[in-house]
Design a protein around this ligand. Structure first.
Ligand code: ADP
Ligand code: MG
Length: 590
């Protein structure tokens, strides 16, 4: 996320507009602002879902409909108080979102948006065809909201409720994003591989944002029903679902304020175009849709991140990225007994179709040793890392970690048991700071969930997680880069950030895939010192590295791989003088 998803200046403007708007504006503008507020609440759900989590939904309008129809039906048919129909709507929406989420969120790539279109259409037709919901005529005579004895009958009165709700949603969203759960959600966007390796339950994170976005939509629907006092299916159609997506894409899909900006722009523009285009063209019709389509294409070409980042550049420099707080250190895992076998790999085999990338690999790693895995490019080292760490499954073989068989476990369950890793192709979240990236590593060391985060009652734990991240950053010699954006670092240093992130999981076994690549001589020496110190503390380290001076000066034992098989194993000196190794790996000796 760009330097501020949320900053003070827009908040002040928001509050000023909120307080003064209805006092000075004519009725027409108050109505317009009401709609902007209603749309913005839905759009904020899309920021969470699409902008931050990377999951595109065309179906949000259907959830708005669930909120609206639940209250319409319960208040008019059963005489339930509107204040009780809101929690009822939340329950209905959560139930529908959870069931739809379990089915659709498994879909990958463009199948997910297609899935959302499918249920978006289904729910719309359901609203129109169920007789107790009034069919296409809908439900009328929905009661006005009664707010401590004041009937919210006019738009002017309703305005404060809508914009107060929006303010609450803005704050909750912002709190959620700035938390342990928020980092897990932001980690979804780069694919789930890294997040899972750091212990994030990614299916759960997806379900959470999907449900939260649906609940926002439901709230908007409930407000809408009591503002309009009647509902019919039209505003909950797929077209409206697409319009919500337009709003966030044009405003800035990854930004809390972008959603509000987009909702405002699209709503005002639509109003204006609906008045103006038919006059110009001399016939009536929904021509504004054509203009929106063109606008969308233009934005996707010229300002892919939407308009908010452009405005942000004009505002004074400001950042709300987390800083390192004072906090108590997190508890550590007990250090394994010296020399205990941490990892035991037996006959590990991995096939990619006809290619055997790992063939019956056998070796172990003990506590307090550096085991190096070397071999030419394509030997199968990274594949073996993936098999051991659960990032990919082995075709056959056994992996025992701390006395427990783990080859059938998912990466996040292996991470929880104390194994952590870095990736050969760096997997950092490029727009997040070094501190935030490393804090993802501490994910499993926190307990507080998204509700704690939204209410901001997890600050103690959050401080301890950030504190831990900062500690590991300092250990890795990156203190000066603590608040830098990860992508601004040279690649070599990004690899060290990955080591800090792995250390933040508090592992007893560390898997490092080419950590010294791209480092300068002095940086390599510092890295070797760090690894020696970790070894001294009892950590087991499995190291893939091409720099032979680095490997031979550091490793206690070496396994040499070629064509997926083990060619040799032994002390560095033995391996270095092994003729088979010299011949195959070093290309013969002089
Ligand atoms: P190393 O890390 O030792 O350089 P890798 O483990 O990356 O080697 O690759 C070993 C072999 O497996 C290579 O021939 C590579 O092309 C192949 N390979 C790796 N990943 C995949 C994959 N996902 N699908 C098919 N082949 C793969
Ligand atoms: Mg590799």
């Amino acid at each position: 996320m760009k330097s501020s998803a949320f900053s003070l200046l827009p908040l002040l403007a928001f509050v000023a507009a909120f307080a003064g708007g209805p006092l000075v504006l004519p009725e027409f503008y108050v109505t317009l602002l009401n709609y902007i507020g209603l749309y913005a609440i839905v759009a904020l759900g899309l920021v969470l879902l699409t902008g931050v989590g990377g999951l595109t939904s065309f179906g949000q309008a259907a959830f708005v409909g669930l909120g609206a129809y639940t209250t319409a039906y319960l208040t008019t048919v059963h005489g339930v108080s509107p204040w009780l129909t809101l929690p009822a709507g939340f329950l209905v929406t959560a139930a529908v979102a959870l069931s739809l989420g379990f089915i659709t969120l498994r879909l990958s790539g463009h199948f997910l948006p297609l899935g959302t279109i499918a249920w978006g259409i289904s729910l719309y037709y359901l609203f129109g065809n169920v007789s107790f919901l009034g069919g296409h005529t809908g439900i009328t005579s929905i009661p006005a909201l009664d707010f401590f004895g004041i009937e919210l009958k006019s738009g002017r009165e309703f305005y404060y409720l809508i914009w107060a709700a929006l303010l609450v949603i803005v704050l909750a969203t912002r709190n959620l994003l700035d938390s342990r759960e928020g980092r897990a959600i932001r980690a979804l966007k780069g694919g789930t591989l890294m997040a899972e390796a750091m212990g994030v339950d990614t299916p759960r994170s997806k379900i959470v944002i999907f449900t939260v976005a649906a609940l926002y939509a439901c709230l908007s629907g409930w407000l809408y029903a009591h503002l309009q006092r009647f509902v019919n299916p039209t505003p909950f159609s797929l077209t409206q679902g697409i319009e919500y997506l337009f709003m966030v894409v044009i405003g800035g899909v990854a930004h809390v304020w972008g959603a509000i900006l987009g909702a405002g722009l699209i709503t005002i523009l639509k109003q204006w175009l609906q008045d103006w285009l038919p006059q110009v063209l001399g016939q009536s019709g929904n021509f504004e849709i054509v203009v929106f389509g063109l606008l969308m294409i233009f934005v996707l070409h010229r300002a892919r991140d939407g308009l908010w980042p452009i405005i942000l550049r004009m505002l004074p420099e400001h950042t709300d990225r987390p800083r390192v707080p004072e906090a108590e250190a997190l508890p550590r895992r007990p250090v394994p007994a010296a020399n205990a076998v941490l990892l035991d790999v037996k006959d590990a085999t991995k096939r990619f179709g006809g290619l055997v990338a790992n063939n019956k690999m056998n070796f172990n790693v003990r506590a307090g040793e550096v085991m190096a895995l070397i071999g030419p490019n394509g030997a199968g080292k990274s594949t073996l890392f993936n098999g051991i760490s659960g990032v990919d499954s082995l075709t056959s073989g056994e992996v025992t970690f701390c006395g427990e068989r783990i080859e059938a476990l998912a990466a996040r369950h292996i991470a929880r048991r104390g194994m952590s890793r870095t990736f050969q192709h760096v997997r950092l979240l490029p727009t997040m700071s070094v501190l935030e990236n490393v804090a993802i590593g501490a994910h499993l060391r926190g307990r507080k969930n998204f509700i704690h985060a939204a209410l901001r009652i997890e600050r103690d734990e959050e401080a301890r997680l950030l504190h831990e991240a900062a500690l590991q950053i300092e250990h890795c010699g990156l203190r000066e880069h603590m608040y830098d954006i990860a992508s601004s670092l040279p690649l070599g240093k990004q690899r060290i950030v990955e080591i800090a992130r792995a250390l933040a999981t508090d592992p007893c076994l560390l898997l490092l895939d080419e950590p010294a690549a791209g480092l300068r001589y002095r940086e390599k020496r510092a890295l070797a010192d760090l690894l020696r110190r970790l070894r001294g503390e009892g950590m087991g380290i499995l190291l893939v590295e091409h720099d032979m001076d680095f490997v031979m000066g550091l490793a206690d034992r070496v396994v040499v791989m070629e064509f997926g098989e083990k060619l040799a194993e032994g002390l560095p000196a033995e391996v270095q003088s092994n003729p088979a190794v010299l011949d195959a790996y070093l290309g013969g000796v002089e």
